[in-house]
Ligand binder design. Structure first.
Ligand code: SF4
Length: 112
């Protein structure tokens, strides 16, 4: 069974509804997200015409947010395929996911 992303699309906004499980206990980082009081559109302006907006969102994550790592790993864990999370765009998370899988496969090959 695969875990699915919570319905909400906003990393730390008031509309967020986390998983109904013990995982909720690990979501305290959301309360410290810099974007908590920002316009959610800043982090979900994806598409070719919005590269400037994506860069702006990524710069906020990288330069102002104390929970960048937690946010990125959360998006990775739940395969969130939209928006900037933890300073990474959707494409960057996809690339990171592929890189990690390749590294895992390589490690398994070495262990075999
Ligand atoms: S890393 Fe970025 S998207 Fe995640 S909580 Fe911080 S500011 Fe929001």
């Amino acid at each position: 069974m695969t875990e699915s992303e919570p319905e909400a699309v906003w990393p730390t906004g008031a509309g967020f509804r986390g998983p109904e499980s013990a995982e909720s206990q690990t979501l305290a980082w959301k309360q410290r997200g810099y974007c908590k009081t920002m316009d959610p559109e800043v982090f979900f302006a994806e598409g070719r015409g919005n590269l400037g907006s994506i860069q702006y969102a990524k710069s906020i994550c990288a330069n102002k947010c104390p929970v960048q790592d937690e946010c990125r790993e959360y998006a990775m864990e739940f395969n969130i395929d939209h928006g900037v999370w933890g300073g990474l765009s959707t494409n960057q998370r996809t690339k990171l996911r592929r890189k990690r899988k390749a590294e895992e496969a390589s490690e398994e090959d070495l262990a075999a």
